[in-house]
Design a protein around this ligand. Structure first.
Ligand code: FDA
Length: 502
């Protein structure tokens, strides 16, 4: 059962939430985390906690009848997706018309399902997106702190050159080089030594066994193994699972009361509870935290919330595409699900892009080179509250994705020309070459310095904070979780010193 009162409450258990809970716990403050997903520790009938992409089952997705993998088709056949039972699975795909957002559900949030790529943005890019944040402090203190606590490591370059797991990356690197593009190793929170032993047959396979977006049974340092384990280790932090925060009420004495809905793994509502707190931290992610505040504003619960709530949302310029390789350029049937290399075109003055070389974990040769490009798309969407469905609605039009396509096209047209190769037309359900109707990297909605002050304090309300990806104005230029983590480290340090201890 949930306590009726906790001095601090953190909503969600993703990156921003986990950092915040750890630092609150270390400061001796009893902290309750509320997570709508489940705790992923119980093995299923097959003895595994998570299912693979090749055999998805009810564990794969958050209350869906069928899986919704981003590679919708192969030779236009719907080979990737399967009918499944409705269950509190680990990956959600929230559909908003022209844009769908993939999200992790469970203790650890996005860290359970993501590709583990742990990239610190270029300093100049960071200074551009968050000019009011002291970059010297970020790069001197908080990025190193985040990288250390997350357990970031890099693939051994010598092993990379000879292993089977990254043949697909070497093939893509060769093609990129031929077109004059450089590549960089992508740091990871997947244990690269574990991966080496997977390939050698010394340990159970995970990244090498098509375990990616529905969770990894081994090898990945997800938050439950890093920040959240440390937070629980303080003895001050507890986590309530399958508990969704629905409403935030403010009491006359300035404390907050949360309306929390409890469900079971099948989605049956078990009850509604009230939990009160003095310090309330929103770490429900860009979509989750923004929804809570647009709902609170527009239902009159927190009427002093301003116009900036719900604004400044972006896709981090995500766009996916595939190239068809020549028959002699095989990518291999064994592919690490965790990318290790990116094509670096960030210095392009017109179309900067960072294209991670993604696996096609099909377990057989596909001759496809796949990419998830992160581009500098200046378009922004916004959220409004929809009373009929009691949920937030994202406003994003298909045309707003065009700058992402233009940047990816500038890069891969050159790669194709230099290699005499073509795009794949059969991967995304129809004949489109570039898929940008989804994002893995939702950012913004409660932008730092706009909906909040410069340290994540929500404008208009004392002791109410935002800690997650909704603070970042739509783009980081690279994969975002290291930035989210480092920013949360920075903000909680200030909030602890001035608001909680002070
Ligand atoms: P995050 O989304 O992690 O956590 C929010 C948590 O709050 C979730 O657990 C959710 O269930 C919970 N929640 C939401 N609403 C709630 C409510 N009302 N009540 C209770 N709980 C609630 N990034 C990267 O840097 N490198 C990578 O390789 C990848 N790859 C990747 C692959 C895939 C498939 C996805 C979906 C995403 C990625 N990402 C990524 C993105 C990365 O995972 C993402 O940016 C972070 O997880 C966001 O962290 P946050 O702290 O913002 O929230």
């Amino acid at each position: 059962p949930l306590p009726e009162y906790s001095p601090a409450v953190v909503v969600g258990t993703g990156y921003g939430a986990a950092v915040t809970a750890l630092r609150l716990g270390e400061a001796g403050i009893p902290t309750l985390m509320l997570e709508m997903g489940k705790l992923w520790t119980e093995p299923g009938a097959d003895g595994e906690v998570f299912c693979s992409m090749l055999k998805p089952d009810e564990r794969a997705m958050w209350f869906k009848d069928r899986t919704e993998a981003p590679l919708a088709s192969f030779l236009w056949l719907d080979l990737a997706n399967r009918d499944i039972g409705r269950h509190a699975g680990v990956l959600d795909r929230v559909s908003f018309g022209d844009m769908a957002v993939y999200l992790g559900r469970g203790v650890g949030g996005g860290s359970l399902v993501n590709g583990a790529m742990a990239v610190t943005p270029e300093r100049s890019y960071f200074e551009e997106i968050l000019p009011r944040v002291d970059a010297g402090e970020m790069y001197g203190k908080y990025f190193p702190r985040a990288n250390a606590a997350l357990g970031v490591n890099v693939v051994d370059p010598a092993w990379f050159e000879t292993c089977r797991s990254y043949q697909y990356a070497r093939v893509s690197r060769k093609a990129a080089r031929k077109a004059g593009f450089g590549t960089v190793f992508v740091p990871s929170v997947y244990d690269m030594d574990y991966l080496r032993r997977e390939e050698a047959g010394e340990v159970p396979r995970s990244a090498d066994a098509s375990e990616v977006i529905y969770g990894n049974n081994h090898g990945k340092r997800s938050l439950d193994k890093s920040y959240l384990a440390a937070a629980l280790g303080t003895g001050k932090v507890t986590i309530g699972t399958l508990r969704e925060v629905r409403e935030i009420l403010r009491q006359p004495d300035g404390t907050y009361t949360l309306v929390v809905r409890e469900i079971d793994e099948h989605g049956t509502v078990l009850g509604t509870h009230h939990v009160s707190t003095k310090y309330l931290f929103l770490g429900a992610g860009s979509v989750g935290s923004t929804e809570l505040l647009v709902r609170a504003r527009d239902t009159g619960r927190l009427p002093a919330l301003g116009e900036a709530v719900g604004q400044g949302w972006g896709t981090n310029g995500n766009v996916m595409c595939g190239r068809a390789n020549h028959v002699w350029d095989t990518t291999g049937s064994l592919q690490s699900g965790m990318p290790a290399l990116g094509i670096d075109n960030r210095s392009d003055p017109v179309h900067p892009a960072f294209a991670e070389i993604a696996p096609v974990p099909a377990g057989l040769e596909t001759w496809v080179s796949l990419y998830l490009a992160i581009t500098k798309n200046p378009e922004r969407g916004h959220f409004t509250y929809d009373a009929a469905s009691d949920s937030a609605r994202l406003h994003w039009a298909a045309s707003q994705g065009q700058p992402s396509i233009d940047a990816a096209k500038a890069l891969f047209d050159k790669v194709n020309r230099a290699n005499r190769t073509i795009y794949r037309y059969d991967l995304f359900g129809d004949t489109r070459v570039f898929e940008n109707r989804f994002t893995y990297h939702p950012l913004g909605g409660l932008v730092l310095g706009e909906a909040t002050d410069d340290h994540g304090r929500v404008k208009g309300y004392r002791n109410l904070y935002v800690t997650d990806g909704s603070l970042i104005p739509g783009s980081t230029g690279v994969n975002p979780f290291v930035t989210i983590t480092a920013l949360a480290e920075r903000n909680i340090e200030r909030v602890l010193a001035e608001d909680v201890r002070g």
